[in-house]
Design a protein around this ligand. Structure first.
Ligand SMILES: Cc1cc2nc3c(=O)[nH]c(=O)nc-3n(C[C@H](O)[C@H](O)[C@H](O)COP(=O)(O)OP(=O)(O)OC[C@H]3O[C@@H](n4cnc5c(N)ncnc54)[C@H](O)[C@@H]3O)c2cc1C
Length: 288
C-alpha cells in the first residue's frame, strides 16, 4: 500500500525549485522508481513534487554545439526524435530495449540518471557520448560530467535542493558512430544483466581520433573502460585492435554474482558484446 503524502504540482520549473528548497518534499517524475520504492516502504516523504507535467523540463534541441535533452524527456520521446536518431544511435538503441512501452511513456531520462541504478540503461550510452548533467537550484545551475555524477549504487552528487534539468553532450563535427547493447534474461521488459555502449570518431583514413566505451550493471556504478579506449586512439579498427579493446573492456568490469548471472559470465559476455559493438561501428562507418 502507498503511504500518505501531499502531492505538490508546480506549474513552472522555478516554482518546483522553490518547493525543493524548502527541503520537505521529494521529486517524482514518471514515478516508475518512486512508486515502487514507496510501496516497498523505502521512504515516507511528507510530500512529493510532481514534475511530470513541466513542459520546460521536456524536449531535445541543439544548444551551442551540443545536444541538450531536458530532464523530463521520456524514454519514448528519445525513440521518435530525429536529433537522437541522427546523433545518438546508442541512446536510441538503449531506449528501444528499455522496459516496455507503458514504462517508456512515463519514465524520464532525469529520473533514470538521478535514481542511479548500476543497471540504468541510459547511463552507458550517455557516458559514451561524454555527457554532462545540468543541476539547477534557485541560486543557479552547475554542470557535472556524468562520469562524476554517478558515484555508487543509487548514489549521485545531486544535492537535495537540486533539480536535474538537462543532460547534454557535444556534437562531433566529424561524426561519431555510437552503438549500445544490453543482455537481459528475456528479450523485453528485462533489467540489464550487463550492458555496454561505444562511441567512436574516426578520421578520413579510418583511424580513431576519439573512443569511449561504457559499461552498465558491471560495477556499483556505470563506468568507462579507459584502458580499452586508450588502446584504440590512433588505431584503425582492425580485428586485432577490436579483440584487444574488447579484452581490456572485460578486464575493466567489476561484476558481482547475483540471481541474474555470475561474475564470470558477466565478464566473458562483456568482452563478446564490446567486440560486437566495435564491429558494428566498423560496418556503420563502411556504409556511411
Ligand atoms: C516494470 C519496470 C521496468 C523497468 N525497466 C527498466 C529498464 O529496462 N531499464 C532501466 O534503466 N530502468 C528500468 N526501470 C526503472 C525506471 O523505469 C527508470 O529508472 C526510469 O527512467 C525512472 O524515471 P522516472 O521518471 O520514472 O523517475 P521517478 O521514479 O519519478 O524518480 C526516480 C528518482 O529520481 C528522482 N528524480 C526524478 N526526476 C528528477 C529530476 N529531474 N531531477 C532530480 N531528481 C529526479 C526522484 O526523486 C527519484 O529519487 C523499470 C521500472 C519498472 C517499474
Amino acid at each position: 500500500m502507498l503511504p500518505e503524502f501531499d502531492l505538490l504540482r508546480p506549474k513552472t520549473v522555478s516554482e518546483a525549485l522553490g518547493m525543493l528548497a524548502e527541503d520537505v518534499a521529494m521529486l517524482i517524475a514518471g514515478g516508475t522508481n518512486v512508486l515502487v520504492d514507496l510501496r516497498a516502504g523505502k521512504y515516507q516523504p511528507k510530500a512529493l513534487i510532481d514534475i511530470a507535467r513541466l513542459s520546460g523540463l521536456r524536449g531535445i534541441r541543439r544548444d551551442n554545439g551540443h545536444l541538450l535533452i531536458g530532464g523530463g524527456t521520456t524514454i519514448s520521446d528519445l525513440l521518435i526524435d530525429p536529433l537522437i536518431a541522427q546523433h545518438a544511435t546508442a541512446l536510441k538503441e538503449a531506449a528501444s530495449v528499455f522496459a516496455n512501452p507503458l514504462i517508456r511513456n512515463r519514465a524520464t531520462v532525469g529520473g533514470n540518471l538521478a535514481d542511479a541504478s548500476p543497471a540504468a540503461d541510459t547511463a552507458p550510452p550517455l557516458l559514451a557520448l561524454d555527457a554532462e548533467v545540468e543541476l539547477a537550484t534557485l541560486d543557479g545551475t552547475r554542470r557535472v560530467p556524468l562520469v562524476d555524477f554517478l558515484v555508487g549504487v543509487r548514489k549521485t552528487l545531486r544535492r537535495p535542493d537540486e533539480l536535474l534539468i538537462a543532460v547534454r553532450f557535444p556534437l562531433s563535427s566529424s561524426g561519431t558512430v555510437s552503438h549500445f547493447q544490453k543482455v537481459g534474461l528475456r528479450r523485453a521488459d528485462a533489467i540489464s544483466v550487463l550492458s555496454a555502449a561505444v562511441a567512436v570518431t574516426c578520421d578520413a583514413e579510418g583511424r580513431c581520433t576519439a573512443a569511449r566505451i561504457a559499461l552498465g550493471a558491471l560495477a556499483p556504478r556505470p563506468l568507462r573502460a579507459t584502458a580499452a579506449e586508450t588502446l584504440l586512439i590512433g588505431q584503425k579498427l582492425t580485428p586485432a585492435a577490436i579483440a584487444e579493446a574488447a579484452r581490456l573492456a572485460g578486464e575493466a568490469a567489476r561484476p558481482i554474482n547475483d540471481i541474474r548471472g555470475s561474475a564470470d559470465y558477466r565478464r566473458q559476455v562483456t568482452e563478446v558484446i564490446v567486440r560486437r559493438l566495435l564491429d558494428k561501428v566498423l560496418i556503420t562507418e563502411a556504409l556511411a
